[in-house]
Design a protein around this ligand. Structure first.
Ligand code: ZN
Ligand code: MN
Ligand code: MN
Length: 283
């Protein structure tokens, strides 16, 4: 896997540091983790011991960078003031946890405006990000993830993401994580080299290639423009191999982490399979 900076999302069951042994087992050079149980608001505070176990395990596994992904409960676009407040507090806490562990990136879903309109939703997300930065400090780079546009979720179009970025004060520490399944489900046809190139050109024009800091590499169980978010194994879905061939050979993204979020069992055999598939596409 020397030439491919790729890995997968890893479970933190039994302790956050345990993600590294799993990552090593699955041949990952990089991993993504949750910073706590992703379906709960509360979490035990991290201790010095957690941090030292994390550092030792990371060093032993030789895995870097680590990406953190925020909890699914967080919705910084929520029109409900109580949910917005709770989400903002939880997000600030996640930034602090990432900072404490020395994790450089925190991936965030822009959230759902829940029928209140994208314009208002976008304003709320940007306001929350500015506030979170003021409180949590400068260490962690926030990565906004594009979405499939299910329901009232923001971030289906590059224009939405650009709109949020433009309202953020500290542009240095905010970037984008592009999810290939979400791109395709949102209607960006990356199945051919021509489609891949025009999609990336549009991204470059509206957002800027340098803002792209990570990929989620997932094939899609649903067809182009379905706006349904269902991941599947690389080459087994509606996207097919060509898009991934273009991606892994795109020299602009050589040093950008590529993370699988595909289905798997406890022995992680599927992660090894998908990573081997990606590597086989390298020219
Ligand atoms: Zn995500
Ligand atoms: Mn993703
Ligand atoms: Mn998804």
């Amino acid at each position: 896997m020397e030439d491919l900076l790729a890995g997968a999302h890893m479970s933190i069951a039994g302790g956050i540091y345990r993600a590294f042994e799993r990552g090593a087992l699955a041949n990952c050079r990089t991993i993504q983790i949750f910073l706590k149980n992703s379906n709960r608001w509360e979490a035990k505070p991290l201790t010095e011991q957690d941090r030292s176990l994390f550092r030792k395990a990371q060093k032993a596994a030789g895995i870097r960078p680590v990406l953190a992904h925020d909890s699914y409960l967080i919705n910084l676009a929520s029109p409900d003031p109580r949910h917005y407040r709770k989400s903002l507090d939880a997000f600030i806490e996640e930034m602090k946890r990432a900072d404490f562990l020395g994790i450089p990136y925190l991936v965030l879903h822009p959230g759902s405006h829940r029928g209140s309109g994208s314009k208002e939703g976008i304003q709320r997300v940007a306001r929350a990000l500015n506030r979170a930065r003021d409180i949590a400090g400068p260490a962690v780079t926030i990565l906004l993830e594009n979405t499939s546009g299910q329901g009232h979720c923001l971030g289906r179009r590059f224009e939405h993401l650009a709109d949020i970025l433009e309202r953020v004060c500290d542009r240095e520490r905010i970037g984008i994580c592009l999810d290939t399944c979400h791109l395709f489900a949102a209607g960006y046809d990356i199945r051919t080299e021509k489609g891949y190139r025009s999609t990336m050109r549009e991204f470059g024009r509206l957002i800027g290639i340098k803002t792209l800091k990570a990929f989620h590499v997932n094939d899609s169980k649903k067809d182009l423009g379905s706006r349904v978010d269902r991941h599947c194994h690389i080459g087994h879905g509606f996207i097919g191999l060509e898009a991934f061939r273009c991606l892994v050979n795109d020299r602009r993204f050589k040093n950008i982490p590529k993370i699988l979020e595909t289905p798997k069992g406890p022995d992680l055999q599927e992660d090894r399979m998908n990573l081997a598939t990606l590597k086989s596409l390298l020219k």
